[in-house]
Design a protein around this ligand. Sequence first.
Ligand code: CTP
Length: 434
Amino acid sequence: DVIEDKDCKELLKKLPKEIYDILDKAGDVGDRLNEKVYVVGGFVRDLFLNVENWDIDLVVEGDGIAFAIELNKELKGNTKLYKEFGTGMLELENGKTIDIVTARREYYEYPAALPKVEKSTIWSDLFRRDFTINCMAIQLNKDNQGKLIDYFGGFTDLKNKRIRVLYNLSFIEDPTRIFRAIRFLARYNFSLDEETKSFMEQALGENMLSKLSNDRIKEELVYILKEKSLSESLRLMQDLRILSSINNNLNISNEIIDKINSIKSYQDQFKDIFKDINIVLVKVMILLSEVEAEAINGLLDLFCVNKEIRSKIYNGLISKSKVYELLVEEDLDKYCLYQSLHTLSREAILFYYIDSDNAYIRHYLMFYTLNLQNKNISITGEDLKQLNIKPGPIYKDILDYVLEAKIKGLVYSYEDELALAKKHYKALKGEKNV
Ligand code: CTP
C-alpha cells in the first residue's frame, strides 16, 4: 500500500491540463521564492480516488501572502488576502478558486535540557485536520514534484476504504467532524474504523452535538443527504442514535434505510420520467415518513433551506394518507386522479411510489406520471375574451370544465376545446337566468 513519488507525479500529469498547469505554476513560484509548496487535503484524496476536484488548497512553508501575490501574477485572477492569518484566495476567470495558507512554524518544548524542536511545518498543518484520508500533501516544487507527504497512513486507509481520525479528541475538539465522517462514508462507500467509532461514541455520549448551532447541523445533514450511497452512513446514524439525539421524533428504521437505498434503482428504472427531480427531497420525505403529522413542521427546520422546498416536502407528507386512500379504489376516474395529484411535486409522486407497495397505488401513480401530469388545454382566457365573455370567476369554471373533458378524453383539438367552452358558457348562463 505505498505509492512511489514518480507515480504520484504521473497522476498529477494526468490531471486535466487546466488543473495541472496551476499546480505546475505553483511549484515554479515556490522555487522562485525558495519556499516549499504543497497541494493538500481533499484534492489529494480525490486525486488517488480518481475523482475530479477543483478545490485546490495549497500550503506554503514560508510567506503565504507573498506567494499568493506571485502566483496570481501567473494566473491573472483576483486575490483576496487575509494578512493577519497569512491566508489568501485566488479567484480565477473560470470562477474556480485556489486557497493558500501559510504553514506556521511551531516549536515543541521538551522537558529538561533538551532544546526546542521545530516540527516540520507541513506536519503541523496536516495534524490539525480531520481524517487520515484528508491529511495527505503532495509537494509541487520542481525537484520534488509528486513527493507524497503522508504522516498518518492516509494512503493505506484510502486503499482500505477506512475513515480514521488522527487522535482520540478529534470529535470533541470539532463535533462537526461527526457529520463529516458520515458524509465521507456516504460519498465513497467507506466504513468507519472501529477505534474512530468509539471516539465518536464518546463525543456523542458527552453530548457534543449540542454545541453545534441548528444552522450548522442543517448544513451538514443536507450535505450528507446529497451524497449518493447512504446505506453505511444511515446504519451508523441509526446505530449511534445520532438523529434521534438531535430530535427524538427522528428514528431511522430498517425500512427507511431500505427505502432510501432503493431510490437509485427506481431512478435508473424511470430515468427519463424522473430525471430532473431533486432527490434530496425524496430522501427527506422517506426519512420523515414515519413521523406523526404534528411533529413534521419542527423537523423540517432541520432539513430545509427554503420555503419552496419546505412546502413541497410538507405537502407530500401531509397528503400521503389521503392520496393512498383514494388510489386504492378500482376504476378511479381519470380526472379525480389528476385532481388528487396535480398540486403535488414530482418528488412527492416518486416518494409515494417508493413508499407504497400497493399495486393499485403504484399503477395509478405511474399512469398519472406518464399520461396526465402534463395534460394541458390549448385555449386560454384570451380565447374566452374573443368570445365576448366578461372576465371573472366564470373563466376558471369554463377552463376547468374543458380541462376535465380533455383529461377524460372527450376533446382533443383546439377547436373542440373552443366549441366546448362556448357550449359550457351557454349552459352556465342558462343556469343563471333560470
Ligand atoms: N477540515 C477539517 N475539519 C473540519 C473541516 C475541514 O479538518 N471540520 C479539513 C480537512 O482536511 C479537509 C479540508 O479541511 O480536507 C478542507 O475542507 P472542506 O473543503 O470542507 O472539505 P473537503 O475534504 O475538501 O471535502 P469536499 O470534497 O466535501 O469539499
